[in-house]
Design a protein around this ligand. Structure first.
Ligand SMILES: O=C(O)CCC(=O)C(=O)O
Ligand SMILES: [Fe+2]
Length: 350
């Protein structure tokens, strides 16, 4: 690492300076309309909670139905008894926290300002230099599928990072296949519809939100829909994830050993609008560090995304045109419109 890049890492990474910050710097203050403010946000007590053991006890069709309904009504649900080893889940959260707790010198080795790097630690968004407001988060992100192609690029410290995160990625990747199969069945698509082309890019993305001097004015992540196909999110025990539903913000309660499953924009397009991609954000707080671990399933850049042909007929015309996933990502990033607006260019106008 060059001295200039090291200096940049120390100036930019929140975890290197935020504990000394008494005031929120001006360039972290969100415009009035998108600030969280000081209103108390209740937990969403109607959010579907799917216990895969119980769901399957009633037969596979029961599980399919529960997942489908959750994806249609909310586009997000929590899942427990998901088959990912509980000790591994705890250990993965622990090793990720250890990573963010390391001395600056160790973290600087993974820091990069090149968004094309397949493993990097950075702060805020991929576009720190040009963004109007910075996000109150650091993010460690790397590819993990096929795993052996990327393992050598992952952080070397903590020493057990590679072993733990490899096991976790394989098990959560397997959970994603099982959930996607249930979604396919629910939609009436063949069980292998979500093949390698639609799921071949899998990312491990850990968000770290240090205590924030003014959580009312700042955001860890602003309101967005995920750009991908589907997300498997692990929260620690500090709340901060919020869902925008029927015009209000509702918290998603941290539940030990549960994954929050969130549908991305591509699931909405492929299902021709039958499934929804929910708007959500991450808020900060003034006392606790918060960590969330996202396992993100994405199509390959050249893959064609379009409403599944089996769902299209005269009374159900396609709502979206076909596009390459990389074309969507460009729009998502260039327009900086992370909500429904990101799909605007791809809608077929009546
Ligand atoms: O930290 C969280 O709970 C939210 C993370 C998230 O929405 C994302 O990474 O897309
Ligand atoms: Fe998200």
């Amino acid at each position: 690492m060059t001295p200039t890049l090291y200096k940049s890492a120390m100036e930019k990474l929140l975890s290197s300076w935020s504990s000394a910050a008494i005031y929120l710097p001006e360039n972290y203050v969100f415009p009035v309309q998108s600030r969280p403010g000081d209103a108390t946000v209740p937990f969403c007590n109607t959010l579907p909670m799917i216990d895969l053991n119980t769901a399957f006890a009633g037969g596979r069709q029961d599980a399919v139905q529960q997942v489908l309904e959750a994806c249609q009504d909310f586009g997000v649900f929590q899942v427990i008894n998901h088959g990912v080893d509980e000790d591994l889940v705890i250990d993965t959260m622990r090793v990720v926290k250890e990573f963010f707790d390391m001395p600056n010198e160790d973290k600087a080795n993974v820091y990069s300002e090149d968004p094309n790097k397949k493993c990097r630690l950075y702060t805020s968004t991929y576009d720190y230099e040009n963004e109007k407001v910075h996000l109150w988060r650091d993010n460690l992100r790397h590819h993990c599928h096929p795993i052996d192609e990327f393992l050598h690029l992952w952080p070397q410290k903590p020493a057990r990072y590679g072993d733990v995160v490899k096991k976790y990625s394989l098990q959560v990747g397997d959970l994603s296949s099982r959930i996607l199969e249930l979604i396919c069945e629910g939609l009436g698509l063949g069980p292998t519809y979500f093949g390698d082309g639609l799921t071949g890019v899998q990312l491990f993305s850990a968000n770290h939100y240090p205590p924030c001097p003014n959580p009312n004015l700042a955001l860890g992540l602003p309101k967005h829909c995920d750009a991908n196909l589907i997300t498997f999110l692990l929260q620690d025990d500090i709340s901060g994830l919020q869902l925008y539903r029927n015009g209000e913000w509702l918290g998603i309660e941290p539940i030990p050993n549960a994954f929050v499953v969130i549908l991305g924009h591509q699931a909405q397009v492929i299902s021709n609008g039958k499934l929804t991609s929910p708007e959500h954000r991450a808020v900060t707080n003034s006392t606790d560090h918060r960590t969330s671990i996202v396992y993100s399933i994405n199509p390959k850049p050249d893959s064609i995304i379009e409403p599944a042909k089996a769902l299209i007929n005269d009374s159900n015309p396609p709502l979206y045109r076909a596009f390459q996933f990389k074309e969507f990502l460009k729009t998502y990033e260039v327009k900086k419109d992370y909500n429904e607006g990101a799909l605007e260019d791809f809608k077929i106008k009546a």
